[in-house]
Design a binder for this molecule. Structure first.
Ligand SMILES: Nc1nc2c(ncn2[C@@H]2O[C@H](COP(=O)(O)OP(=O)(O)OP(=O)(O)O)[C@@H](O)[C@H]2O)c(=O)[nH]1
Length: 446
């Protein structure tokens, strides 16, 4: 796994420990809230507009009806030119809320009677009739509206005959205020509803998405710990439940593959180790072979050079081995080789390495020697061990061992020189009568 992938996974795991920066629950809650808010606001705007429109229409209808009633009751007063009674009638009528002005005009356009909110000047100028009022003969009721007020013009008739005009002006501001107040209350209610919905949605969605979040956490843990033995819980038989089942199947398959792979790897490692062992082991005696000896000698020499310790190499050649083979057969010779190897191994120190170089030749590496005498004593013990009566079946084998000894750094410092020196020493020992040992300077002197 690459470092960046690990980093990403660790980051994901640490986010899991706290609240995730942008979790699925939060995102879904936000999206739901957005849709809910837009829907509520649109509905509210439509409702507020409809309410305003209905209230305005009702106010206009009310004003038109009031103006018509007032015109009916004012008509006789106009015929009798009773201004005082007309003004009194207008003042009595003025209790209607939002009323700004009432004006009765004669057919010539002069003000006959008038009432204005707040006791304003009753002698104000006559209001101009709107163009839609019609001609004198076919004058009809007419209503105009502006942003803040409405104006109702009605003909004043007595027994069907037109005697004047009545104007009623009303403010639309309290209507607007009511609609605004309603909008404010509505906005507050919408805010509260959204707040409650946010909390409710989060709880509901957290509960609904819990299996998915759990599955995601498990996937992260599996990726981090490579533990494919984990399984996710299937809570429901819905899409998430099916996804969880498939995820578990996948984990199971990976687990089986991993186990197979592990087993295969172990077998390969074992085979490799066996091969390695076979390549470095003498199959007859079980001792390390020549190949191993070469590497081990290099390693021991390097260590000796590093530490300055004394080390030695013994070259061991069996005596009369050919005779054993010739007289008692190859199998007897093999048995002798095995027994000699066992005996020699029995007298060694733990760190000494005995190898079979081939035929009846052995080499012994002696690292970290206290002095030369220690190696010489060991050579004597080896010779003694081999010389002990050796029987194959009931037959005594005439076997012995001759040893050549060379020291590093005294006699040589590199592997081939040390091997050559010990070999020469061994031949010197053979010449000296076998069953004995010699070291290099002895070889040179003999
Ligand atoms: N049985 C057996 N014999 C082997 C094996 N490898 C080599 N030989 C024989 O070992 C003998 C070695 O002979 P030498 O070392 O020359 O003769 P030797 O009698 O030991 O002579 P000296 O060293 O002078 O005493 C030969 O006869 C080889 O055929 C083996 O694995 N098994």
């Amino acid at each position: 796994m690459s470092e960046s992938t690990l980093h990403h996974l660790h980051g994901a795991a640490s986010r899991r420990a706290g609240a995730p920066a942008d979790s699925l629950v939060r995102r879904l809650t936000r999206m739901n809230l957005l849709v809910l808010s837009v829907t509520m606001l649109l509905t509210f705007a439509l409702l507020a507009t409809a309410t305003w429109f209905v209230a305005r229409t009702r106010q206009i209808q009310g004003a038109e009806l009031s103006a018509q009633l007032l015109a009916n009751s004012i008509a006789p007063m106009m015929v009798f030119a009773d201004r005082e009674a007309a003004n009194g009638e207008l003042a009595a009528f003025s209790r209607r809320s939002d009323l700004q002005q009432l004006q009765v005009q004669t057919l010539r356009g002069a003000v006959f009677a008038q009432w204005r909110a707040g006791g304003a000047d009753t002698a104000a100028a006559a209001l101009a009739a709107p163009p839609g009022m019609g001609t004198y003969a076919a004058v009809a009721a007419h209503t105009t509206t502006s942003a803040n007020a409405l104006e109702v013009w009605v003909p004043v008739r007595l027994k069907g005959e037109l005697v004047g005009l009545l104007v009623l002006r009303e403010s639309l501001q309290s209507l607007h205020r009511s609609v605004l107040l309603l909008s404010g209350i509505g906005a507050l209610l919408i805010g509260a509803a959204i707040w409650i919905a946010a909390r409710g949605l989060r709880v509901v969605q957290r509960r609904a998405l819990a299996p998915l979040v759990e599955l995601s956490d498990l996937a992260e843990r599996v990726a981090l710990e490579h533990d494919y033995g984990r399984r996710a819980t299937v809570y429901r038989a819905d899409e998430v439940g099916r996804l969880t089942e498939r995820f578990n199947d996948m984990l199971k398959r990976i687990e089986i593959w991993q186990a197979d792979l592990h087993q295969q790897l172990e077998q390969e490692q074992e085979a490799g180790q066996q091969f390695q062992q076979m390549a470095h082991q003498d199959s007859l005696t079980g001792l390390p072979n020549r190949l191993f000896f070469q590497g081990e000698l290099q390693r021991s020499l390097a260590l000796a050079a590093q530490t300055g310790e004394l080390m030695a190499l013994m070259f061991i050649d069996l005596d009369n081995f050919k005779t054993v083979n010739d007289l008692h057969g190859h199998e007897a010779g093999d048995a002798v080789l095995c027994e000699v190897a066992r005996r020699m191994s029995g007298v060694l120190r733990a760190r000494d390495v005995l190898c079979r170089l081939g035929g009846d030749e052995f080499a012994l590496i002696l690292p970290v020697l206290p002095d030369q005498a220690a190696a010489e004593q060991l050579a004597l013990r080896l010779i003694e061990a081999v010389r002990e009566p050796l029987h194959v079946g009931a037959i005594l084998m005439p076997i012995g061992a001759t040893v050549g000894l060379a020291f590093c750094p005294l006699d040589a410092r590199d592997a081939s020189s040390l091997l050559k020196a010990s070999d020469q020493a061994m031949y010197a020992a053979k010449r000296a009568g076998k069953n004995t040992f010699r070291r290099v300077q002895h070889a040179q002197h003999d």
